[in-house]
Structures are given as structure tokens and as C-alpha cells.
Design a protein around this ligand. Sequence first.
Ligand SMILES: [Cu+2]
Length: 125
Amino acid sequence: MARIMKLSHTLLTWAYLGVAATSMTVSAASNNANGVRHATKTPITVTIDAFQFQPDKIRIKRGQSVIFINKDEVPHTVTPDKNAHFVPSGIIKGGEQHEVLFESVGIQDYSCDFHPSMRGRVIVK
Ligand SMILES: [Cu+2]
């Protein structure tokens, strides 16, 4: 009997850890600027700083999202190239952020509408 109690305690502990991990993931995803939550995995952060995407090349999994944080004072966009597949960010004002969900595998290149030399790449597996 004692052995069973100990086993169930272990299971409960794992269940609790599972819940904690899940709520951490949810709170990370809820950082989305517009409050919409789609991502099934913990988002990755890309900073826009001094007219550069940092890092400008990342690898993620399908269904994962990227939060672009604009640390500049001017607006930027994350706009897919013609052969890329994700929803354009629209204008991200200075000091604001935007979450982009990547649902298609492959190389997803993007640039800023206002500053075409600002380019980045997301490799989705
Ligand atoms: Cu820009």
C-alpha cells in the first residue's frame, strides 16, 4: 500500500510539473501584441535593433512563432518574400512587438518594407 502511495505521489508530481510547463508556454505565447494566441510551441524572439534583425537567421519548427520586438524608434515591417509563406506583420511601431506564426516548412525569407536592405531568414523544419 505504501508503495502505491509513493507511486501516485510521483505521478502527481509529474502531472504538476506538466501543468507548470504548459502554463509557462501559454504565458510566453500570450506576449503577442494583439493578444491572439495560435502557436503550439514556445515562441522564439527576434530583436529589431539599429535597422537589423537580430539574429537574422533562425531555425524553428513548423507551428512555432517568432516574436519580433522593435527596439528602434522608427517603424519596421516583417514582410515575406514572394516565395515565402507567412502572414506579413504590417507596421510594427517603435517599441512595439508582433508575433508571426510559421506554418509552412522551408526557407522563409523576409525584409522590411521601409528599409529593403533589412533582411532575415527563418528556416522552418
Ligand atoms: Cu525597417
